[in-house]
Design a protein around this ligand. Sequence first.
Ligand code: PMP
Length: 396
Amino acid sequence: MFNQLDTLAADPILGLMAAYQQDTHPQKLDLGIGVYKNEEGLTPVLESVSEGQNRHIALENTKSYLNPAGYPGFNEAMQTLIFGEAHPALMSHRVATVQTPGGCGALRVAAELIKRAMADVTIWVSDPTWANHIPLLGDAGLSIKTYPYYDPKNKGVRFEDMLEVLAQLGTDDIVLLHGCCHNPCGADLSKEQWQTLAGLALERGFVPFIDMAYQGFGDGLEDDAYGLRLLSEQLPEVIVATSCSKNFGLYRERTGCISFVCESEKAMKATKSQLLSVARGIYSMPPAHGAAIVEAILNHSTLREQWIQEVDGMRKRMQGLRSAFSKGMAIRGHDNFSFIENEKGMFSFLGLTPQQVEALRVRYSIYMINSSRVNIAGISSVNIDYLCDSVSEVLE
Ligand code: PMP
């Protein structure tokens, strides 16, 4: 039976990682893999997470099964983090939230539920989008199309082009949006653009599906949720996938949740029962540990405050690196990198050709994926001059 299977090509990011690990260059630099790193190039456990974990372990008295909805208290605490205190959709009991194995699990559970609700729906994703959106949603059997988003020439959102395509959509369409810190391009919608989008979704009847993987990494925990909170206030139906991988640094604990904002409490209850059944059919129930830590943090005022400060610290470090890189390039005669300073979160395209990306890797041991998407958090005060010098050299 298995003799018939073809061997698939290895994931290019994994290949890049393997090459980086074997590289012996003393100044080698990894800007490829998408995890937050500190000044020392490490991804340590957050202090609030260590403390939350200690508290959880001290109280944990069983490893018995959880349930398909996840860790008690986590979903409620996450709803407040995502939608904000006293959001009208929460107040009217219209939001079904279920814990999932990370943001990937949230996206997949949503795709399965969408298929149950309407089999011939089309999901519209931004061009470009995070590469894994395609298998996570497409493997569930949904049809995927793209809408224009990033303009590599002008380094910004092609908002008029995006609206033109979305204006053709209707009630059997779902539009996947990055809540903040667009991966891969870092170009986000402005508040005014979110408002325009809300009006268009209301008029056309398509359902926005917001992927929120970096809350707190753009402008702050509250500001980053502006778009999704606005849409959830103005529209009858919205889907929100949330990941705790980045802002809690819980990558390997697979912690996240999926929320469906429904038209009524009755629809919410039906949707929740379907979500639980989808979860049961894929993995039965999500892992408990990460969610228990998140719950311990969010429901404890001093720990929560400490976590907020740690998220602020990560964000400010990335904002500082963005501005240092723009200035570093300007000093070297390349004043067209100011867009990096205005983009948000962990990722941006440097706007280099695949040949220039290869030259950076071969000549300077600087690793990034072919599209020239870089992980800003991979830069530090130690390597920024080397990076700016090397990028300047390959641009000559
Ligand atoms: N959405 C986006 C846009 C992402 O970048 C990621 C992580 N790279 C995820 C979702 C999923 O995150 P995870 O499954 O690790 O929580």
